[in-house]
Design a protein around this ligand. Structure first.
Ligand SMILES: [Zn+2]
Length: 257
């Protein structure tokens, strides 16, 4: 008989404080946008792998935590996972980055599930491994079944936040989580047909680019080497930017020699 997995996408769209600080362009991301996208991808992943799924908060509303775990317990779910993106202060910070998985203090089943799933999640994010941790969170305390809460990254760390904005990253997080849940239940992970196709992101202008590249591109634009399209957009892929950086290094090297 297939297992029932309860999926919680923590918070509502407009829950106070649950958002990134402002990006240079003045925009921000609600934590819900990441959590909900990953939850929906996870639902698809798990169903393909033969699980039954139960969404605990598939809405923009902030469903009360007690209601979420009541739904989970009433349906006798076999496992409950809560999806989050962490924050330290709510202003851009560089002290904390990375991925952590929580279980309820002293709950042996929770800890075992966390220890099996966490490495898959860390591999998926590619961020710093902050380890398996324990905390008295409602979403790991109240479910009658084993439960974990994953903080995939930090909303107020620019590296982590830039990733959280990307649909390809959100999908990768869901795939990692699905693979971990498959491992826990001894189920073979079934790959989706579209998972071999990597989405190519195009950056329309400098402010959209990962911060690391912005200085390079700005310098070349200011020097007149890059003119962009007639509408003023650049429309660069990451590969194009990397090739330009390599070309500059090669040119510097040839001058030195
Ligand atoms: Zn959260």
């Amino acid at each position: 008989m297939s297992k029932l997995i309860a999926i919680d996408n923590g918070h509502g769209l407009n829950t106070a404080g649950k958002r990134t600080p402002l990006f240079p362009g003045g925009s921000f991301m609600h934590e819900w946008e990441f959590n909900h996208a990953v939850a929906k991808y996870l639902e698809t992943e798990l169903q393909r792998c033969g699980f039954e799924t139960l969404m605990l908060s598939d809405t923009e509303e902030d469903i009360p935590l007690q209601k979420r775990t009541d739904i989970c317990n009433k349906a006798s779910a076999d496992f409950c996972v809560s999806i989050h993106y962490n924050a330290v202060t709510g202003t851009w910070q560089t002290i904390a980055t990375g991925t952590e998985t929580y279980s309820y203090p002293g709950n042996v089943a929770d800890a075992k599930y966390a220890s099996i799933i966490h490495p898959y999640v860390v591999q998926a994010t590619g961020l710093k491994d902050r380890g398996c941790r324990q905390a008295n969170f409602h979403m790991v305390r109240e479910p009658k079944c084993p439960a974990i809460l994953v903080e995939f990254g930090f909303m107020d760390n620019r590296t982590d936040a830039d990733l959280a904005l990307q649909d390809s990253f959100r999908k990768r997080c869901a795939v990692g989580l699905a693979k971990g849940i498959c491992a826990v239940f001894g189920v073979e992970y079934v790959k989706g047909v579209d998972e071999t196709v990597t989405e190519i992101k195009r950056y329309k202008n400098i402010s959209e680019m990962p911060e690391f590249y912005q200085g390079y591109i700005k310098r070349w634009v200011d020097a007149g080497y890059i003119k962009g399209n007639t509408d003023g957009t650049l429309d660069f892929t990451e590969d194009m930017i990397r090739m330009l950086i390599i070309a500059e290094r090669m040119q510097k090297k040839s001058i030195e020699n």
